[in-house]
Write a protein that binds this ligand. Structure first.
Ligand code: XUL
Ligand code: CO
Length: 437
């Protein structure tokens, strides 16, 4: 196959002074930051669906993207060629990982058996390309939302056959992910929710969703897949209400259904803002609940109410995320997956490079800034001191679980009034943060 991206070589680190838009200004894969290389910290991944399947059509117009390596046919041969173009891109970009849905990489056949066979044939090429390039699979997933059979949902469909098909599809996608040495597997319940409560048995759908995930856990054990399972929260779109609304909701669902030890979350920036949270909130909450697994790195638009999946460029966002990731000791199986697409008007192949380079540099800067903030320690010290009243006396008794309401009453009746509060110093902390950025 001819080169898919002729004239573009391996993207190099040229440093902050470089004016070359096809070079990294901050992401220097081998450079050590806080004890590890940037590549080890950041674990960048390319999303196959956006970068190689999304032509950037919108509800008002067709696809615009030029993808000369793709002949537009829905054949296995074209799918295999596309894999080669994708790996050329991963290598030239210097991303160590990629992610895919089963139906992104191989065409859906007329029957499940045919679809499985198509997938096997494409997975063979993916496996060869991984071995040749050293690029690894961050996570795999199954598309349980595009085919009309999933119009009512998959695990939460009112049609038991849709549930059964989804189970069979996930089983196959898990096998493919295992065969490719995937480090994880994502469940994003695109249509696991409802449009109208007038036709929905909420209790039954939630119970079926839990059953489905238990079956997945059993099958994972059955085939000996060792990767990490993730749930990716999103509050809505395409449904009016999605059950995996946000991190807090997913955590409660996992605990209530005996699934907590089997799953972590894959937090997506744009999904956080759709849920009415900041990206920082979702990442921080997942870290605090010990379920932060991986990140879908992108950005929404403050003025638009849908999943715009733009490439991340906001240094506050990347700094906050990296502070939490460093705080939990770094990723284990997870990484930063660019679940983002180029703008509809950025239709040339080279735009895919500009988009990813920008996202990688934004996170590299976030990493360097976060590492400096942690090294100086002043901001963390402030938080620690803010809670110092719990380190001794009545506070220590509260936190150790030995104080009762009777104790608190006796303590406060004796003391008469609470100790004076100290300032929260919000603006001072905001100013300190800006000094680092
Ligand atoms: C959809 C979304 C998905 C998941 C994988 O909003 O983020 O692409 O990341 O199914
Ligand atoms: Co995503």
């Amino acid at each position: 196959m001819a080169e898919a991206f002729p004239g573009i070589g391996k993207i190099q680190y040229e440093g902050p002074k470089s004016k070359n838009q096809l070079a990294f200004k901050h992401y220097n894969p081998e450079q050590k930051v806080a004890g590890k290389t940037m590549a080890e910290h950041l674990r960048f991944s390319v999303a196959y669906w956006h970068s190689f399947r999304n032509g950037c059509a919108d509800p008002f117009g067709g696809p615009t993207r030029r993808m000369p390596w793709d002949d537009g046919s829905d054949t296995v041969k074209n799918a295999q060629n596309r894999v080669k173009a994708a790996f050329e891109f991963f290598e030239k970009l210097g991303a160590g990982f990629y992610c895919f849905h089963d139906r992104d990489v191989a065409p859906e056949g007329a029957t499940l058996a045919e679809s499985n066979k198509n997938l096997d044939e494409v997975v063979k090429v993916m496996s060869d390309e991984q071995a040749r390039s050293g690029v690894k699979l961050l996570w795999g997933t199954a598309c349980l939302f595009a085919n009309p059979r999933y119009m009512h949902g998959a695990a939460t469909s009112c049609n038991a056959d849709a549930f059964a098909y989804a189970g069979a599809q996930v089983a196959k996608a898990l096998e493919a992910t295992k065969a490719l040495g995937g480090e994880g597997y994502v469940f994003w319940g695109g249509r696991e929710g409802y449009k109208s409560l007038l036709n929905t048995d909420l209790r039954r759908e939630l119970a079926n969703m839990a059953r489905f995930l238990h079956m997945a856990v059993d099958y994972k054990r059955h085939i000996g897949f060792k990767g990490q399972f993730y749930i990716e929260p999103k509050p809505k779109e395409p449904t009016k209400h999605q059950y995996d609304f946000d991190v807090g909701n997913v955590h409660g669902f996992l605990r209530a259904n005996g699934l907590i030890e089997h799953f972590k979350v894959n937090v997506e920036a744009n999904h956080a803002t759709l849920a009415g949270h900041s990206f920082h909130h979702e990442v921080a909450l997942a870290a605090a609940l010990d379920i932060l697994g991986s990140i879908d790195a992108n950005r929404g638009d403050l003025l638009l109410g849908w999943d715009t999946d733009q490439f991340p460029t906001d240094l506050y966002d990347t700094t906050f995320a990296m502070l939490e990731i460093l705080g939990m000791g770094g990723f284990t199986t997870g990484g930063l997956n660019f679940d983002a697409h180029v703008a509809r008007e950025s239709f040339e192949p080279v735009d895919l490079f500009y988009a990813h380079i920008g996202g990688m540099d934004a996170f590299a800067r976030g990493l360097k800034i976060a590492a400096q903030i942690k090294k100086d320690g002043a901001m963390e010290r402030f938080i620690k001191e803010r809670y110092a009243s719990y380190d001794t006396g009545i506070g220590a008794r509260i936190e150790s679980g030995t104080a009762t309401f009777q104790d608190l009453s006796a303590y406060m009746l004796e003391k008469g009034e609470a100790a004076p509060n100290a300032s929260g110093r919000v603006e001072m902390l905001e100013n300190m943060l800006n000094e680092y950025i």
